[in-house]
Design a protein around this ligand. Structure first.
Ligand code: FAD
Length: 414
């Protein structure tokens, strides 16, 4: 595949854009692969990419029932940070954040990583203590964060109202190398690199059954026929419970809709990401100028990929308290994605009771930021049967009570 470069852009401008190749092939499925990954979201594609890049395993298919990146990967609000409390979480999220720093160069695809800084506002005494504790933990983990006071918050983000009608801003947990990236581009960049390595990305092809013999995975049945494999990775976010049932085991997961919305574009007014978890809303400004706003998850299980009025109302109400200047903005569109939540709000990257079958799920409301680190660890787990990055995130932790409690870092925040 030809490399993207400034020279290529100039060359194509001169020949009326006639020389570009398709970014990825559209292959028909082969009879058998070494590894099949179900789900062409960011996590599935990154897993395939690092299987090829780090372990030379390229006889791989990524099977997607819709279009690649059309699940949560293309629906999220793109916040990237690694300021989690527990050591295993900090390790995998920081690995991901550091891979994001050079991902555009690595993939030869501009994923528009913007380390503009993320602040999580503390608006109660309880939050102040919680975030101070997280800052200390992060410093021990080698993750650079600090607790800042209200005047520094105002300096970094002048449009914040510090007093608030009810919850004053008492400070914030600040991570200066956190930020955002273009979510579709992350999926597209990995897909292009996988296709370039000879992997098959098969879209519009749903997995309808998982075939097994003697407790070992044999392959999958799909809407395009049966496909065999030696190893299978299930990476389907909100549909993890459905696929696990096909494989014959149950997951401690709930699937719920999570929503977001964007405003009309306005001139640049905010160059950091702000999360206000007490009033529950968060906001950043996209390169187009739209204010990108994240809302809450539904309180009941469902598989709905649409938004609803009551969440929009609650979220906007919360943000108007924090940023009064947005009160007259028009909202352009809103949507939902199906997120997969575990009880301890930490992901599952694990072997399963079915030999040769692995699962990556449970990223809940915050897995976009983890994509490169998760793909790195999952590829190692599939290739070698063990990875230091995923070791603590096994399914066995629910049986053994070894929870990785991230409900403060991940419960409402993304
Ligand atoms: C509104 C919203 C805001 C969010 N904001 C953030 C944020 O700011 N920061 C952050 O870090 N995270 C955020 N997240 C979470 C993040 O988007 C997800 O954790 C992450 O994208 C999950 O990626 P994935 O690859 O696991 O899943 P997905 O991108 O959902 O991919 C799974 C794929 O599996 C496919 N699939 C399902 N069933 C089958 C089948 N039977 N056969 C074949 N394919 C199948 C689906 O079609 C889908 O494409 C947000 C999520 C939402 C919904």
């Amino acid at each position: 595949m030809k490399r993207y470069s400034a020279f290529a852009v100039a060359r194509e401008a001169l020949r009326y854009q006639t020389g570009w190749e398709r970014a990825w092939r559209k292959p028909e499925p082969k009879k058998k692969y070494d590894v099949i990954i179900v789900g062409a979201g960011g996590h599935g594609l990154a897993t395939a990419y690092y299987l090829g890049k780090n372990f030379g395993i390229t006889n791989v298919a990524v099977i997607e029932k819709g279009w690649l990146g059309g699940g949560n990967t293309g629906r999220n609000t793109t916040i990237i940070r690694s300021n989690y409390l527990q050591d295993p979480s900090a390790a995998i999220y920081e690995k991901a954040r550091s891979l994001y720093e050079t991902l555009s160069q690595d993939l030869n695809y501009n994923i528009m990583f913007s380390p503009r800084g993320v602040m999580m506002l503390a608006q109660t005494e309880h939050e102040v203590r919680g975030y101070q504790r997280t800052a200390h933990a992060n410093n021990l983990q080698g993750v650079e964060t600090k607790f800042i006071g209200p005047s520094e918050v105002k300096r970094l983000c002048p449009i914040i109202e510090l007093k608030g009608p009810r919850y004053p801003v008492l400070g914030a947990l600040w991570q200066s190398r956190a930020g955002t990236a273009r979510h579709d581009a992350v999926a597209w960049g990995y897909a292009r690199a996988c296709s370039d390595m000879g992997m098959d990305i098969i879209q519009q092809c749903a997995v309808t059954a998982i075939r097994q013999e003697g407790g070992k995975v044999q392959g999958v049945t799909t809407t395009k026929g049966e496909i065999d494999c030696d190893k299978l990775g299930i990476v389907v976010a909100g549909h993890s419970g459905v696929l696990a049932e096909m494989a014959g085991f149950r997951l401690p997961i709930e699937s719920v809709a999570l929503q977001a919305l964007v405003s009309e574009p306005i001139k640049p007014c905010m160059d950091v990401v702000v999360m206000a978890n007490t009033v529950h809303g968060y906001m950043s400004q996209s390169d187009k100028g739209e204010m990108v706003i994240g809302g809450g998850a539904d309180g009941y299980n469902n598989y709905t990929q649409r938004g609803s009025f009551h969440h929009v109302e609650e979220t906007v109400r919360a943000l108007v308290e924090t940023f009064p200047m947005i009160s007259r903005l028009k909202m352009l569109r809103w949507w939902g994605g199906i997120v997969d939540m575990t009880g301890d709000r930490s992901p599952i990257l694990s072997k399963t009771p079915l030999d040769g079958c692995f699962i990556n799920c449970g990223w809940g409301t915050g897995g976009f930021k983890a994509i490169p680190g998760s793909g790195w660890g999952m590829a190692e787990l599939i290739a070698k049967g063990h990875s230091p990055l995923t070791a603590e995130f096994g399914l066995d932790r629910f049986r053994e009570g070894r929870f990785i409690d991230e409900s403060v870092a991940a419960g409402v925040a993304h």
